[in-house]
Design a protein around this ligand. Sequence first.
Ligand code: SAH
Length: 202
Amino acid sequence: MNKLKLMVNTQILARGITDKKVINALLKIKRELFVRDSFKNQAYDDNPLPIGSDQTISQPYIVALMTELLALNSNDKVLEIGTGSGYQTAILAEIADKVFSVEKISELAVSAQQRLKELGYTNVEVKEGNGYNGWAEKGPFDAIIVTAAAPYLPEALIRQLKEGGRLVIPIGDYSQELMLYIWRSKKLEGKSIIPVRFVPLV
Ligand code: SAH
């Protein structure tokens, strides 16, 4: 079995991810294309990896879990905060109609955009910016994913969610909880999923 299939079997399916769209996207995208040459041999390992600028590409299981929690449909418009390597962005772009991604660090925004373009993702837009503000001009969104830990839930992101919209975000500083929020009838329903460890949203 190749490393990618083995990753999906042992890290994703074995841990209870069932959304076919998520599983197919993971099977399709070579994670090795999103890490530096020196980490290519570890690309399918069960952990985050450095991507430069003190940032990391998330553990595959966490990418799968967060994507599954977003309950995406093929006509959804998604906002991602923290483009990083662009791996999570590519997963979203496989499933949803349009993906808008905001990255604070210029070099990462530029390299992820370039990489996603080379891979043929025409339904992705990346911009350099502060994710605390979301991306109002492109909203409102069916789903929002934040891939860095915030000390509190940024107000702007709630305002950019559609009715029925889902928001997945790690909340906390040293100890963090992965939270799922749903915006329903002008109210935010929140649910704690699992403890996680992300780099901070700055
Ligand atoms: N989803 C990424 C993981 C990136 S790690 C991947 O699959 O590779 C989190 C990212 O969030 C980092 O790239 C970091 O630079 C970015 N980030 C941190 N604070 C941010 C902010 N306020 N606005 C936008 N991006 C931010």
